[in-house]
Design a protein around this ligand. Structure first.
Ligand code: GLN
Length: 246
């Protein structure tokens, strides 16, 4: 049986709007294909794991306070995560997690949290706490040569700038900054996004992209996942797309 090894970092601190649900979706979609999905957890002051032994590293979102709590610990993991990323381990990062993989995050009070600096972008929060990017969002992305609409819910004060390879174009909502044209960050083994809610339950194609990438890398050959019955997900997505765009 094929197996996917996942490391869920700071599950106890970074879990806004059900971000932890992304792990449930991955597990479910793997199980339906006869793939075992083992999810380990890492949090502050745990023993530093061998990041390169995982297929996927996942961080959810968190408010400024939680980001401050984990920042020192996250720096201790920097070299291990950077090595894993360079080897092709998949990084899936939501909101607060997304921000902390860039150069820095400066919160509304001007406190600067050092990021891992794996990517060139940086994030500065609106000084006015009331000015947040909140609401449903649709992003048009090209994943494995297919154009897909990614749906989610965003809630961030942070304005992320300097993104060279965004996840996609904003069709509805804000994205990386207030009224931004683009959202998220993308590389073949990185998806970083402001989409909570939880992102994978609303976007089966995104889930399957991640699973396909991880399995193919692990077994060293092309993978074609068996299709699942996503009719309910498709119906829900259409209702939301119509509500936002018509
Ligand atoms: N604290 C960050 C911001 O407001 C991230 C919030 C989040 O993860 N939703 O921009």
């Amino acid at each position: 049986m094929n197996k996917l090894k996942v490391l869920h970092m700071y599950a106890d601190l970074l879990d806004l709007y059900g971000d932890g649900g992304n792990m449930e979706i991955l597990k479910y979609r793997c199980k339906m294909r006869g793939v075992e999905c083992e999810i380990d957890r890492y949090s502050t002051n745990s023993e530093i794991p061998d990041f390169s032994s995982y297929d996927l590293i996942y961080l959810g979102g968190g408010a400024d306070l939680e980001q401050q709590h984990i920042s020192e610990d996250l720096q201790k993991c920097r070299d291990g995560i950077a090595k894993a990323y360079k080897k092709g381990v998949f990084l899936f990062l939501i909101c607060g997690g997304y921000q902390l993989f860039g150069k820095y995050y400066k919160d509304a009070d001007g406190n600067k949290i050092k990021g891992l600096g794996l990517f060139d972008y940086y994030t500065v929060a609106e000084p006015d706490r009331k000015k947040r990017c909140i609401g449903n969002i649709i992003v048009k992305a090209e994943i494995s040569g297919n154009e897909i609409d990614i749906l989610g819910f965003e809630n961030h004060g942070g304005q992320t700038k300097g993104v060279k390879t965004p996840l996609g174009k904003v069709v509805y909502g804000h994205g990386n900054c207030t009224n931004s044209s683009h959202e998220g960050y993308f590389e073949k083994n990185v998806i970083a996004t402001y989409m909570h809610g939880c992102c994978l339950s609303k976007n089966p194609e995104l889930s399957d992209y991640i699973i396909t990438y991880c399995l193919a890398r692990s077994i060293g050959k092309k993978v074609k996942l068996a299709p699942l019955d996503d009719s309910l997900e498709k119906k829900c997505r259409q209702i939301m797309i119509d509500r936002l765009t018509k």
